[in-house]
Ligand binder design. Sequence first.
Ligand code: SF4
Length: 171
Amino acid sequence: MTCHTNCCKEYTVFVNAHDVYRLATRLGLEPESFLEIYGAKDFDLGIKVKEGLVDLALKQKDGSCTFLVGSGDVYRCTVNEFKPGVCKSYPFQTRNGNLMQMDSKLCPVDWDTTQFKSMMEPHLKKDEAEWKFYDDLILEWNNKHWIKKPLSAFLRFIMDRVALSLESKSG
Ligand code: SF4
């Protein structure tokens, strides 16, 4: 079976604090170098910074994710080991406690979800916890700083908080 990487070409990949931390530390890059800012629709969970009310997503290159490389029928993700949680989840989700394949038409394969249960369920749970962590950080940031500081300060804030949380888990 060949993956057509349609999802990497069609979706905007929104990221949370843990995604940004993993990519920045593993690639040795500043988060700004691979992030794109989008105007946020959710007033509470949009990041309030000098640049406006924003959400964070991966940059795109020629209409695809910046981390996708290849040509013709052969493409690959260059950050596969530490790709964002939503990429790792796709095309699965849990509904009423059961692992399901999303209705999306971009994935050409009908997966047998029972084969992925033991791998995907812990991942989806961890991803959900990481998005909750991120939402809480945004609420804290918005309460403290409102719209006075630039996006770079928000990125430093989330990087420090993820580092602290990982340290406290390992210690
Ligand atoms: S990070 Fe990798 S898996 Fe996710 S959209 Fe980009 S290329 Fe695809």
